[in-house]
Design a binder for this molecule. Structure first.
Ligand code: FES
Length: 108
């Protein structure tokens, strides 16, 4: 099995401060990047429970979670796993790298 990487620059590194989240579209994909405690994470940004944009949710920087603005499930930014109901399925997560003053994610 082959895994292809496809790195996409989503924003300037400087434009995403600690505790901030931002949403980006890439084709059909709706992606969120978040910087928590200095580390950048990338996940799908549509909640796995119903249609809510997690980039409009609430980040807990210490716990590295984002809470859905609609029914308040919290998801781990690192692996997308829900920490509380009603969501049961994890968010897809993406590899992240900082390069040339930009934030890149692997959408491959
Ligand atoms: S839409 Fe996110 S928890 Fe329901």
């Amino acid at each position: 099995m082959t895994f292809l990487e496809e790195w996409v620059r989503v924003c300037d590194d400087k434009s995403l401060g600690n505790g901030e989240m931002a949403g980006f579209d890439h084709g059909e994909k709706k992606i969120m990047v978040a910087r928590a405690a200095g580390k950048v994470y990338a996940t799908d940004r549509i909640c796995t429970h119903a249609f809510a944009d997690l980039a409009n949710g609430i980040m807990n920087e210490e716990e590295r979670t984002v809470t859905c603005p609609l029914h308040l499930s919290a998801f781990k930014l690192e692996d997308g796993v829900p920490q509380s109901p009603p969501a049961e399925n994890p968010l897809r997560t993406y590899k992240v790298k900082i390069q040339d003053a930009g934030i890149y994610i692997d959408i491959g």
